[in-house]
Design a protein around this ligand. Structure first.
Ligand code: AMP
Length: 279
């Protein structure tokens, strides 16, 4: 496995690989890797000759400086995990290389970003759009891999690829969970043991909501019930719970099988967790 810290050295290497006709898969991450990330590497390894994992805690997508400050950074352990799954290349640039100047460029993803993460984390998807565009331009992958765990991010990137005519295929991989159902997340490391114990309630509430919707309960009544139940658990505070069309991400009033996404964000102390399921 090769590790590159600068754009130039990575590009020199990738140029030589492309000359040999090798296809490139990109897995963008912010590090603090877990098995969810590794499942994306596995998917890329199956479909590409060369898999690049980028590790960059992107400052422009954090609207909360405290969140950025406590975001876990574990490069050495990340590289060991990547080596264990035979990832080919790690790209770990510093902020100065990615942002020699802070872009004034602003993305507006329209309705897609007026809800959920975009609504509660103002400017978040502008930062995501900028860093992902930069990575696509720097690496020029044939395939890029993202997790369904960040469903709205997948919808935004899908739009970005179309709007800017990126010549790559976007691949969305299923959410990997701990055995108790909690979606794997780098932020889980910031949970106290007590918080970790109750955190699976978030996924359980999604499962409960699925059952209620399948039993013909209205979106509104399901939303009220689920938010109330979760907020009644000490240590959990729901930020939003939405029942939406899985592509447009706009709220819907009743279940449409195969097209409905249930998305949730909740605080456990200062740690903010998100999860979703698609029916
Ligand atoms: P992050 O480092 O958290 O920005 O995540 C990097 C990529 O890994 C994103 O495409 C995430 O959606 C994906 N990812 C994060 N957690 C999981 C998970 N539990 N299962 C599958 N993919 C995930």
């Amino acid at each position: 496995m090769q590790i590159f810290y600068s754009i130039n050295s990575l590009q020199d290497f990738l140029k030589s690989q492309r000359k040999m006709g090798r296809s490139i898969g990109l897995v963008p991450t912010m590090g603090a890797l877990h098995k969810g990330h590794l499942s994306l590497i596995d998917a890329s390894k199956i479909q590409n000759d060369l898999t690049v994992c980028s590790i960059f805690v992107n400052p422009t997508q954090f609207n909360n400086q405290q969140d950025l400050a406590v975001y876990p950074r574990t490069l050495e352990a990340d590289c060991q995990m990547l080596e264990s799954v035979n990832c080919d290349v790690v790209f770990s640039p510093n902020a100065q290389d990615i942002y020699p100047t802070l872009p004034n460029l602003k993305f507006d993803f329209g309705d897609l970003e007026r809800v959920m993460e975009g609504k509660f984390r103002l400017g978040h998807f502008n930062g995501v759009g900028i860093v992902v565009s930069k990575l696509f331009n720097i690496i020029q992958p044939d395939n890029a891999y993202f997790g369904q765990k960040d469903l709205q991010q997948c919808a935004i990137i899908n739009r970005l690829v179309k709007d800017l005519s990126y010549n790559l295929k976007l691949n969305v991989c299923p959410t990997q969970r701990e055995t108790d159902g909690l979606a794997m997340s780098s932020r889980n490391r910031n949970l106290t043991p007590e918080q970790r114990k109750i955190a699976p309630a978030i996924y359980k509430s999604l499962q409960k909501a699925v059952e209620l919707l399948k039993n013909k309960n209205s979106s509104e009544s399901v939303k009220l019930l689920i938010v109330n139940q979760l907020d009644n658990i000490e240590g959990i505070k729901v930020e939003y719970f939405e029942i939406s069309d899985f592509e447009t991400l706009q709220p819907i009033n009743e279940l449409s099988e195969g097209k409905t996404a249930l998305c949730i964000a909740a605080f456990m102390g200062t740690t903010r967790l998100i999860d979703n399921v698609i029916i």
